[in-house]
Design a protein. Structure first.
Length: 94
């Protein structure tokens, strides 16, 4: 059972844990790609610390962590429709 909040109301919904985790990971990956695009469009060479190789090396870790935290905080709402579509596809196969 997973707890979902809708408009301030909490309700218990039965979900396949594996499928739900996959939907959440998909949302996290999507958020990460968005933030990668944002960070790649910023010129850090003129900043106080000047960017450089160290920043470039650690930027993927930063974007992954931001995406993970954003998804844990509720994300953009992509996991729910992705999960629903995955379940629909599974029902059509079986």
């Amino acid at each position: 059972m997973s707890k979902i909040e809708t408009s301030g109301n909490s309700q218990m919904v039965s979900r396949d844990p594996s499928m739900w985790k996959t939907a959440q990971k998909f949302e996290e990956m999507t958020i990460k790609q968005l933030f990668e695009s944002v960070f790649n469009s910023v010129d850090t060479s003129k900043g106080m610390f000047g960017g450089g190789e160290g920043e470039a090396a650690f930027r993927p870790f930063l974007t992954q962590d931001i995406a993970s935290k954003a998804e844990q905080a509720g994300g953009f709402g992509l996991a729910e429709p992705v999960y629903a579509q995955m379940m629909k596809m599974q029902e059509n196969i079986g």
